[in-house]
Design a protein around this ligand. Structure first.
Ligand SMILES: NC(=O)c1ccc[n+]([C@@H]2O[C@H](COP(=O)([O-])OP(=O)(O)OC[C@H]3O[C@@H](n4cnc5c(N)ncnc54)[C@H](OP(=O)(O)O)[C@@H]3O)[C@@H](O)[C@H]2O)c1
Length: 335
């Protein structure tokens, strides 16, 4: 049994980590403000704001493993200063957004990074740069005792970005009466890691004292195959109306995430490597991911429990999709 401290631990991935550590029989403490949700069962809770001086005053003693999901460099700087000297292994959840370029499939961890940014402003514009700064604080404080896991697209039940649930749900509940669904005609790949597999591996690796900087994602496969898997779990037999990326751009459909987007689609060639990174180092450290269909089945079940008509953070609304289908097919009437 190890003493685990999860900085965060009340939102999505951090919560999975805390729950997994409890299941694995470890003694788990989570530190959070209490704004993102209730703590998982079976953990000790420390309420603290990492922006305040003395945030770590209540987490005394020694820690075998600290897991941190922060995006703010000052939070990481403060945490490694206060806790680093009395922690065995520091597990930092980083992101493949730290890389300067995303056009090369198969790129390893040695690929060039963005310049670090110490800003604490939350926002996607500086996300990668802030994660670079966070990584640097961790590696400077615990050079031989840190596991920096650069996650790619994290998916599964509870995906707060609404990306990984979009496709299975849309195939299960098409926006159209004839069952047709608008999809990107693209050679881009996906590389999803199930949040539960990632969490289990982070806990195992932390407890074993693993260290290094690794890309932590699942297998790479063409988006078309990912969509085929989503159709199978949803039982979709309607038509796929495939449109090229130029058409999507002309019709103001955003890639990746957010409103009026087709989630997980990214333009090529500039993003041909974004979800095609070399993950062999993580596999050597024992990262194992379940079959994609299992993730998609579970995320669909979760989506259906949330309610298929709820407002979403990512994707096309049914009315946007119907209107785009009319244009894509050159039809007069809504399908
Ligand atoms: N989604 C993806 O596809 C993806 C891809 C690559 C990497 N990642 C990384 O994966 C991780 C996701 O983590 P997550 O799902 O657990 O979500 P998160 O939203 O990053 O969770 C933040 C956690 O930190 C706590 N927190 C935030 N501000 C705090 C403060 N000032 N003081 C104390 N605690 C604070 C929150 O609890 P309170 O609000 O209650 O304080 C919450 O528990 C992140 O590191 C992200 O960068 C995500």
């Amino acid at each position: 049994m190890a003493r685990f401290l999860v900085l965060g631990g009340t939102a999505w991935l951090g919560r999975e980590v805390a729950e997994e550590a409890v299941r694995a029989g470890h003694e788990v403490t989570v530190l959070a403000r209490g704004e993102s949700g209730p703590p998982p069962a079976g953990v000790r809770v420390v309420r603290a704001d990492r922006s305040s001086p003395g945030a770590y005053a209540e987490v005394d003693g020694e820690w075998d493993v600290v897991v941190d999901v922060a995006r703010q460099p000052s939070h990481v700087r403060g945490a490694v200063a206060a806790l680093g000297p009395r922690t065995g292994t520091w597990v930092f959840v980083s992101s493949c957004s730290v890389y300067a370029g995303h056009d090369q499939p198969g790129a390893a961890e040695s690929a060039p990074l963005l310049p670090p940014s110490e800003t604490d402003e939350d926002g996607f514009e500086t996300y990668g740069e802030r994660k670079v700064a966070c990584e640097q604080h961790v590696l400077a404080a615990l050079p031989d005792r840190a596991l920096v896991a650069r996650a790619g697209l994290i998916g599964g039940p509870g995906d707060v970005s609404d990306r990984t649930g979009y496709w299975p749900l849309r195939f299960a509940h098409p926006a159209t009466t004839d069952g047709s669904v608008l999809v990107p005609d693209s050679t881009v790949t996906t590389q999803l890691v199930d949040s539960r597999d990632l969490a289990a591996w982070l806990v195992r690796s932390g407890a074993q004292g693993a260290n290094g900087v690794v890309n932590a994602s699942g297998p790479t496969l063409p988006l078309a195959e990912h969509l085929a898997a989503a159709r199978r779990v949803a039982g979709h037999e309607g038509e796929l109306v495939a449109v090229p990326q130029e058409w999507l751009a002309e019709h103001s459909v955003a890639p990746w995430s957010g409103e009026r987007s087709l989630p997980m689609w990214l333009p090529v060639p500039e993003y041909a490597g974004f979800m095609a990174r070399d993950t062999s180092a993580a596999q050597t450290l024992g990262l194992v991911t379940r079959p994609l269909e299992d993730t998609l089945e579970d995320v669909l079940e979760w989506e259906l429990r949330q309610g298929p008509g709820r407002p979403r953070r990512a994707g096309l609304s049914p009315s946007e999709e119907r209107e785009l289908l009319v244009r894509a097919r050159g039809d007069e009437d809504l399908p």
